[in-house]
Design a protein around this ligand. Structure first.
Ligand code: CA
Length: 250
């Protein structure tokens, strides 16, 4: 198990050499620390310390046509001139789907939700360890790689494979029967590994805004899904409860 982990990490660091990360952070000390950590992992890093400069760089057509466009953006929220939330919102509004990892000292649930709602893919609260940062970056880049190469819309995570077009799910080599809502829920989770979803967000995505029931419905469906997916439903490895917030996958 340990050796498998190590070889996977080595393979991934080799892959990582091709990945470019744009870091938008105005605090010199934090920026330097992140740059060092990312470069050690083989990533190519460019930086910006100002919201407006970063945004105009990202929006310039020349920048996006060249090979220097980032594969991932690490974004601080409190920035001079244009804040991180606005950058995120604007990029998404313009159809830019570059994965965005928000790193912020703001740690309240509202900030976290807001970050994800304006289109950030993941959220890390300062202070964080560089190991955690690297792990999140890897996960986001891996997800991007899979989503851009999955023409037959198969999503795989460890023992679970989900075939979107066939509405079919295999767990440890065996087909499992999911209800349409369970399927949709799992599909959503697998499309955004590690992203934390509130019950309200899950209701909105899976049941729709006109849903009349309450958020307990989510808990019930999660329990059913766990019984079908997890080897040990009381100690889930896939559908993880994030205390005080909601659920995440993986
Ligand atoms: Ca800042």
């Amino acid at each position: 198990m340990l050796s498998l982990e190590t070889s996977q990490t080595t393979a991934e660091s080799k892959l990582a050499q091709k990945n470019r990360i744009l870091l938008i952070e105005d605090e010199d000390l934090i920026r330097d620390m992140i740059v060092v950590a990312l470069e050690e992992e083989g990533y190519e890093v460019s930086t910006s310390d100002n919201g407006r400069t970063a945004l105009s760089l990202l929006q310039s057509p020349d920048f996006n046509r060249t090979s220097v466009a980032p594969d991932l953006i690490i974004l601080d929220l409190m920035l001079p001139e244009v804040n991180g939330l606005d950058i995120c919102r604007l990029l998404r509004h313009q159809g830019d789907i570059t994965p965005i990892l928000v790193v912020s000292a703001k740690s309240s649930e509202t900030d976290r939700v807001l970050g994800l709602e304006v289109g950030a893919d993941d959220y890390l609260t300062k202070p964080f360890s560089m190991r955690e940062l690297i792990a999140r970056c890897r996960a986001l880049l891996r997800r991007q790689k899979y989503s851009s190469s999955s023409s037959n819309s198969v999503q795989r995570y460890r023992d679970i494979s989900l075939f979107s077009e066939e509405c079919r799910v295999m767990v440890r080599g065996t087909d499992v029967n999911l209800s349409p809502k369970e399927f949709r829920l799992l599909e959503l989770f697998m499309s955004y590994p590690r992203r934390v979803w509130s019950r309200e967000q899950l209701i909105e995505q899976v049941w729709g805004l006109d849903f009349m029931g309450d958020t307990k419905t989510v808990d019930v469906h999660i329990r059913w899904l766990r019984e079908k997916l997890e080897q040990e439903p009381s100690q889930p490895e896939y559908l993880i409860t994030v205390r005080g917030f909601g659920y995440r996958f993986g």
